[in-house]
Each structure stands twice: as C-alpha cells, then as structure tokens.
Design a protein around this ligand. Structure first.
Ligand code: FEO
Length: 387
C-alpha cells in the first residue's frame, strides 16, 4: 500500500500480522505496524527502524526509496526493540551514517548492542536542531513517553511531528485502513503509556504551539489535519479525565451468581435512567480493553466473588494493573459475594484506597451466594449514589 506523507518524507515501516501478543502482553487481532520514515533532502535522515523480525522487508523499502543514495543520519527516538531492530544493519549498509540520540539513547543502546568506537554519533538535547538542507529538524525530549530516552522530532519545513510511541495505535496499516482511530489508540495509550500522564502532558505542551500538519507515530496510521481531535483526546487521557459519562461494571464470578448480581445492578441503573452501562465478564474479556474502558468512563462498579480469604484472582490482577496505570479521579462502587465469609470487598477497598483521588461509593454490598430480597434496598441506594 502506498502511504503518502509529503514529497520528501517517505514511509518505510512494515506491518506485523503474525505476532501473537504485543510486548508479550496485549492481543493484537489485526497486528501492528512498526513505522519508520525517510526524509529525503541534501542530507538524508531515517527516523527509527523496525522490529528485527521484519528487518528484510524494511531494508528492501529503504533501499528502494534511497535510489542509490546513502543515509546520513539515523535518528533513534526510542530504544525499545520494536523500533531498533535495524540499527546495526543500517551501520552495515552505511558505515558513515551518524546515529542521532540523547545521552540516555546511547546509554541504553550500549546495553543492547556492542557499540564500536568508529561509529559516528551526534548527541542532542532538548530543542537542538539538525539541518538537512531544506528540512530543519528540532528534537524535543519526551522523557517517559514511554521510556526515559524517548524524544520526538519536529520537521519545521513540512510541519510534521515524528512522535515515537505517542499517538500510536494497534493494528497493521494494511488491515485497518478504514478503522476508527480512537478505539485501538485508546487501548494502546492506556496500556502502554497510561502510567505516564504527566510526561504526556509535558509533551503536549511542547507540541501544541507547533501548528502541525501531520503526526507520524511509531505505530499506526499517519495522522493528518484536523489534528485537534487526536491532540484533544490525548489531553483528556493524559489528565486522567473521563472521556464519556457511563458506568462500567466489571465482574469476576465462579459459578454465575455474581454475574447475575452484576447484570441486575446494571438493569437497576438503566431503569433509573443511566444511558451508558457496560457490563464485563473480566475472565472472558481482553483485560487491556477493560483497562481502557475503566479510564474511558467516569464511574465503575466492581462485583467480585471471594476466593481464598481474598478476592477473585483476575479482579486482583485487574486492580493491580489499574494502579500501575495510575487509575484515578473516578467514582467506584463495590459488590462482594461469598458463601461463608465474604472477603472480596475488604481486599478491593484496600487496593482502591491505594489509588489517587478515587471516591469509593457507599454502601458496599455484601451478597451471600445469591441475590436476595434483603440485598435490594442496599443495591438501590448504591445505584442512586452512582448516578
Ligand atoms: Fe513501540 Fe515503547 O515501543
């Protein structure tokens, strides 16, 4: 597929449709793309490479675009291996190439490869510039979006931002051409960069005044004007603000009884006029998507069975992940179930209390095995409080 960016900027990224799990964590039913770019000018710069599994395909594209010319600069924006598989190959092909990175780039690079004295390197800091001829590049440090060495590159001539992991999305480009951006970009953001809201805010502060025409991320489609829609979503996400009003009900149920309580509570909310209620069976769902929904909506209810004097294990895992991703600023209700000594609620509450700015809504509901009439008043009060 032909991906047009500008006259001088060419796409040489590749799709990966065979990888089972991204970062050995996240399902990617439509694959992922590793994006790499060439800026053709008096001097030629390549921005990032690809995962080593896709090296051959990337090299063919690179050679095709170069039309016999040499690469002068390889800009290394991020050291995670999904973007650096081609660095050594680039040096084999073009021994005179200059590697461009910051202090941490080279510190980390030396951990991955055996760096040679004869390699040319250019050490850059925040807002340092590189002149390619017609194109003038500015490097902006984007520390912790998603690793400490991350930097992004602004081409002032074409008003293009090479944004590394920021603004990335799951999905191979060849399979997701017509797909809505936000769905998989949101799942990508909260699971990959979600912990780093403050650094993302810092990056947005640098990027907003640039009047960008295009954003070229390290994964997913090239974004074109109007870019406000993407930047505004990133702003909302990185401030940990809810994107939509709605109640996410996440349940962990061994034999279906806690599931019935969750469904009944959802019906109660709907009858009270709640427009958006999403019910999720955690063990039969993609955990990363449930994490995404937890951040998307402004309220959440956790309904969980007790287990080994604790909580349903996947609910425990879910809460751990939410904490890792800095889940905050939400209203959360708790429904616990147990046959002899319900313990889920206590554990859920403890975990939630360790998170920032969460409002734990009372009353917590305790169900003994199956929902009874005696639970209904408490459920109604909780529903009212959640509205
Ligand atoms: Fe796509 Fe953080 O690497």
């Amino acid at each position: 597929m032909d991906i047009k960016i500008t006259d001088d900027i060419k796409y040489i990224g590749v799709d990966d449709t065979t990888l089972d799990l991204f970062e050995s964590q996240y399902v990617i039913p439509d694959g992922v793309s590793y994006n790499s770019y060439v800026i053709l000018d008096e001097k030629i710069a390549v921005v990032d490479t690809v995962d080593e599994y896709k090296l051959k395909e990337w090299e063919e594209k690179l050679i095709h675009v170069l039309k016999g010319r040499n690469v002068d600069y390889l800009i290394i924006q991020h050291l995670e291996p999904d973007h650096t598989g081609g660095i050594v190959r680039m040096l084999e092909l073009f021994p005179e190439v200059t590697l461009v990175g910051n202090k941490k780039t080279f510190l980390f690079l030396a951990q991955y490869v055996d760096m040679k004295e004869e390699w040319n390197t250019l050490l850059v800091s925040d807002r340092d510039m590189l002149d390619l001829g017609a194109h003038n590049l500015t490097f902006l440090m984007a520390t912790m979006v998603h690793w400490p060495e991350v930097m992004v590159t602004f081409d002032a001539t074409d008003k293009v931002l090479f944004s590394a992991d920021a603004f990335g999305k799951f999905g191979a480009l060849s399979l997701t051409e017509d797909e809505d951006w936000a769905g998989e970009a949101r799942r990508y953001y909260f699971n990959i960069c979600g912990k780093y809201g403050i650094p993302v805010q810092a990056l947005l502060g640098k990027v907003k005044p640039l009047h960008l025409k295009k954003i070229c991320p390290a994964h997913g489609p090239i974004l074109s004007e109007p870019l406000e829609q993407y930047i505004n979503l990133y702003d909302t996400w990185s401030k940990y603000e809810a994107e939509s009003k709605g109640v996410l009900i996440v349940y962990g149920s061994f034999h279906g009884n806690t599931a019935k309580v969750a469904e009944q509570f959802a019906d109660m909310l709907r009858e009270m006029g709640e427009e958006k209620v999403v019910v999720v069976d955690l063990v039969r769902s993609d955990m990363a998507e449930v994490i995404e929904d937890a951040f998307r909506y402004d309220r959440m209810v956790i309904a969980a069975a007790s287990y080994d004097a604790g909580v349903f294990p996947e609910i425990n895992d879910f809460l751990y992940r939410l904490q890792m991703k800095n889940y905050q600023k939400r209203k959360v209700g708790i429904i616990e179930n147990g046959t002899w000594s319900p313990s889920a609620g206590r554990v859920i509450k403890q975990l939630l209390e360790e998170m920032k700015e969460l409002e734990i809504i009372e009353p917590m509901i305790t169900v003994y095995s199956t929902l009874k009439e005696e639970n209904m008043e408490g459920m109604r009060v909780l529903a009212i409080e959640m509205m």
